[in-house]
Write a protein that binds this ligand. Structure first.
Ligand SMILES: Cc1ncc(COP(=O)(O)O)c(C=O)c1O
Length: 394
């Protein structure tokens, strides 16, 4: 018997990092000494106080619920810590019904469109951008309209360039600053314009703030919810993954617009069972200690950022040092004719270095490649040296 799979499976693009992992494995099999700067999964350890709180909570024999479904017996301390964090960090007061706990943000980003989009609906996503935004639309049988992020616009969405018909039909617009993969940052004026755009066109603005805490040189990224009245049209997905070196833990939240919070909560109640209580306790601890835990983590990324940018600029690139994210976004050397795949393939073949081709983030990512700073300094130094050699080779 041949199983007939859903049409939707055919619409899903090959998952970028699954593809990258396969290429790395194949190169290793061919005997290439591979060093990867491909995947944005922090190498630094989760901070000790967070681990201690996890251990305390998971061993707490006085808590009869410690092994139970995290959704049925949630930890009130987690949404409390989210509200306190938003108040301290942004001066934003969130009410109880404006916070929904999520298991990291990827799953929630993929599931959220099910609560907003009907089959055939339109939603807008920036290109290049995080692939899961579109994947969520595909799973809801909706359609993505891609808006380009252009270097000449500092990789900010140009709201005026979105066609009128798209504005009329679309129900969600995704944004994400500090931005993966372009590393661009946005100021509060930009978020004001986004909120105005959402209001004018009746479009929900979904701000994915996965990198809000990964910032450098004293820069602090704003929240869209700082804009007056933003919660009428906006939500923000926050994740502890990249900020606190907690990718495997799966802790995060969506905050903001009340109807959207009810929508995501309803979907989640029906398709998942929440996060282990001990993780919720530990995530609350991380947020409570954010001011203490984040600076040393970011100091490491800032140092690595400088190693990469200084080295690449010394051999022909002219990159600015990004203020946020854990990445470097650079143009493919001219001799590859703008093809990020050709550059990444030759780099892997000749030097064993893995970078992510910009095309993997969408059509408008072509011509660029992404380096992740989530690898030890010596690995980064070695890899960047090999990239320079390839550029300089005839
Ligand atoms: C823009 C963006 N959003 C969301 C995520 C998801 O991260 P997590 O599910 O660990 O919160 C990532 C991960 O790379 C990302 O780059």
């Amino acid at each position: 018997m041949e199983i007939q799979v859903a049409e939707r499976l055919r619409k899903l693009p090959p998952y970028l990092f699954a593809d990258l992992r396969r290429k790395i494995a194949a190169a290793r099999e061919r005997g290439v000494k591979v060093i990867s700067l491909g995947i944005g999964d922090p190498d630094q350890p989760t901070p000790d106080p967070v681990i201690d709180e996890l251990c305390r909570a998971v061993r707490d024999v006085n808590d009869p619920n410690r092994h139970r479904y995290g959704c049925d017996v949630p930890v009130p301390d987690f949404p409390r810590a989210v509200r306190d964090f938003y108040k301290r960090r942004y001066g934003v007061a969130l009410a109880d019904d404006q916070v929904v706990a999520t298991s990291g943000s990827k799953d929630a980003i993929a599931a959220f469109p099910l609560s907003i989009l009907n089959p055939g609906d339109l939603a807008i996503a920036p290109s290049p951008g995080y692939p899961t935004w579109n994947i969520g639309h595909v799973c809801a049988n909706a359609v993505t309209y891609y808006v380009p992020l252009l270097r000449e616009n500092k990789f900010l969405v140009d709201f005026d360039a979105i066609p009128r018909e798209v504005c009329r039909l679309a129900k969600i617009l995704w944004l994400s600053y500090p931005n993966n993969p372009t590393t661009a940052v946005a100021n509060l004026e930009f978020f004001k314009r986004a909120v105005e755009f959402g209001r004018q066109n009746n479009i929900l603005i979904a701000h994915d703030s996965a990198y809000s805490e990964n910032t450098y040189d004293g820069y602090r990224s704003p929240s869209i919810l700082q804009v007056e009245g933003a919660d009428e049209v906006a939500v923000e997905f926050f994740s502890l993954s990249k900020a606190f070196n907690m990718t495997g833990w799966r802790a995060g939240c969506m905050v903001g617009n009340r109807s959207a919070v009810v929508g995501l909560r309803t979907i989640k109640e029906n398709i998942d069972n929440g996060t282990l209580r001990a993780i919720q306790f530990a995530a609350a601890k991380a947020l409570d200690l954010a001011e203490q835990l984040l600076p040393p983590i970011n100091a490491v990324y800032q140092r690595r950022r400088d190693i990469v940018v200084d080295a690449l600029n010394a051999s022909g690139w002219s990159l600015e040092k990004p203020k946020g994210t854990i990445y470097i976004w650079a143009a493919v050397p001219e001799k590859f004719g703008g093809s990020s795949a050709a550059f990444a393939a030759e780099l892997l073949e000749k030097t064993g270095v893995v970078v992510t081709p910009g095309l993997g983030y969408g059509q408008w990512g072509e011509g660029f490649f992404r380096i992740s700073l989530t690898y030890p300094d010596d690995v980064i130094r070695e890899a960047v040296g090999r990239i320079r050699e390839l550029r300089n080779a005839e």
